[in-house]
Design a protein around this ligand. Structure first.
Ligand SMILES: NC(=O)c1ccc[n+]([C@@H]2O[C@H](COP(=O)([O-])OP(=O)(O)OC[C@H]3O[C@@H](n4cnc5c(N)ncnc54)[C@H](O)[C@@H]3O)[C@@H](O)[C@H]2O)c1
Length: 464
């Protein structure tokens, strides 16, 4: 759906009036296209926030390979609050992994304070931290401080710029974070801000010693043959974009949706060179029918995207509206995953489920929907360690905020406008933003990201 306000703010009168009246002026976000695949406006500046070296340049250089940006290793003069260099930068990566005391937080200030005016529109700030240690309250205080810092910075940056924190959980090394850094330091993460993403050391992609790093940095060309992906709810909206995004990197996509959507589904599958699978995901035999549709009995990527809303305040909500939403959005996710795990169809695979910020913040009229989406977050968190240990499979979720789809077009105007603007980027996201995030979690190289729920919400104020 078109955001007319955003377009108007980029006209002459719109620019004049927004400035005069102090209205939000959302940036036209730089999203990935084949013509503009990397961030623009300057190099990627790598700084270390502490006197002692954090990750090490060689490891970081390797991890940043594939960002497509020239990397400049800068110096921070902590004592004088200075960062070397001049001119625009497209992105800044601050290595704060060695941060162990509150006093050392001044290094974060010294790194970024002089730089922010040099950060290009739609630029990125990424902090690399360590998991707060349970047995070292000084380190834990300093590392936890980074979370508040990044979330505040994301709200301050403006002009389509974002800030995120990547945490290494020991003994993870920075190479485990390579796919995550590539994603965050690219136009693919245009609507992801204020997030804390933890990266662990365990887990490898099947058949690779190093976790299956990709050849060109966008998850494509793993060189392991064509991957097979299943996307539920693929006939339209976010699911259609996810299917398209996975096909873009060479996957064969099984596009699943209800029989009533068969025409749209066939159109999508044909366009992507995939296979249409008309099926109600709540059907008792859905798991078995999916297994039947797998040529080799296994799936590389499973995306639980199908979802419905049946909004009404609890006081007015009949049991069937409650049950329908819980069944499509949550129970079917568990049933299908359990069936595919038991059938051995998920080995070395990536499972990505779709939650919602409604499941984090709650919403009037959405007790059923929010319960189902909160349930998805619980499902992912609990299953992830076991799925990795027993099936070498990762299980993560995306939690979209306000995304421009038919679902949100049906929301009354005033609530829709509020939903669109109440985030750090002052606009709704596009289905592609969710698809890009799913595609990153689905990469073979994202083996070290597990059990996480990543919000794709432009840092919405809801549930923040
Ligand atoms: N649009 C948003 O702003 C937003 C925000 C947060 C979360 N989400 C979630 O993202 C997902 C996609 O949302 P969307 O906006 O694209 O919705 P949409 O209504 O445009 O598409 C959902 C698709 O799921 C399919 N579907 C519904 N029930 C099904 C069933 N039983 N079996 C198989 N397919 C079924 C529908 O036919 C439809 O094609 C949903 O899980 C939704 O809850 C969306």
């Amino acid at each position: 759906m078109a955001d007319r306000y955003l377009r108007w703010t980029h006209t002459g009168p719109g620019r004049f009036l927004t400035r005069r009246l102090g209205l939000p002026r959302p940036e036209v976000l730089h999203r990935w296209t084949a013509e503009r695949p990397t961030l623009e406006g300057g190099p990627l500046l790598h700084l270390t926030a502490t006197a002692t070296e954090g990750c090490g340049r060689k490891e970081l250089r390797e991890a940043l390979d594939g960002c497509g940006l020239p990397v400049v290793h800068g110096r921070t003069d902590v004592a004088h609050g200075r960062t070397d260099g001049e001119g625009r930068v497209a992105a800044v990566l601050v290595d704060a992994t060695a941060l162990g005391t509150v006093a050392e937080l001044s290094g974060v200030h010294a790194s970024l304070h002089p730089l922010l005016r040099r950060l290009a529109p739609c630029g990125r700030v990424v902090l690399l931290g360590a998991r707060p240690a349970p047995d070292d309250h000084h380190q834990a205080a300093a590392q936890q401080a980074l979370e508040g810092f990044v979330r505040s910075l994301g709200k301050e940056l403006g002009r389509g710029r974002t800030a995120n924190l990547v945490r290494l959980a020991p003994p993870a090394r920075v190479d485990s974070a390579a796919s995550t850094l590539r994603f965050l330091l690219s136009p693919r993460s245009a609507f992801v801000s204020g997030q804390v993403i933890e990266v662990t050391a365990e887990g490898h992609a099947p058949g690779t010693a190093d976790g299956g790093t990709t050849e060109n940095g966008d998850g494509s060309g793993s060189g392991e043959g064509r991957r097979l992906a299943l996307v539920t709810g693929a006939a339209r909206g976010i699911g259609e974009q996810i299917a398209g995004r996975l096909a873009r990197e060479g996957a064969h996509v099984l596009c699943l949706d209800v029989e009533q959507a068969a025409d749209d589904l066939t159109r999508v599958a044909d366009r992507l060179g995939g296979t249409a699978l008309p099926l109600d995901i709540t059907a008792g035999d859905a798991g078995a029918r999916i297994v039947e549709a797998l040529p080799d009995g296994r799936l590389d990527v499973l995306v639980h995207n199908a979802g419905i809303t049946r909004d009404r305040r609890l006081v007015n909500m009949p049991a069937d509206r409650w049950a329908g939403v819980l069944d499509v959005n949550l129970a079917s996710v568990l049933r299908t995953t359990d069936h595919l795990l038991a059938a051995g169809a998920l080995r070395g695979s990536r499972v990505v489920a779709t939650a919602s910020i409604a499941g984090i913040a709650g919403n009037v009229g959405q007790t059923n929907y929010a319960a189902s989406k909160a349930g998805v977050i619980g499902f992912v968190r609990a299953l992830a360690p076991r799925a990795r240990a027993e099936h070498a499979t990762t299980v993560n979720a995306v939690a979209p905020g306000f995304i421009e789809t038919k679902m949100t077009a049906a929301v009354p105007f005033v609530i829709r406008e509020a939903g669109r603007r109440m985030n750090s980027l002052s606009q709704g996201g596009q289905p592609l933003d969710v698809a890009e995030t799913v595609a990153w979690l689905a990469e073979p190289a994202s083996h070290a990201v597990n059990g996480q729920t990543v919000r794709v919400c432009g840092q919405s104020l809801l549930g923040a």
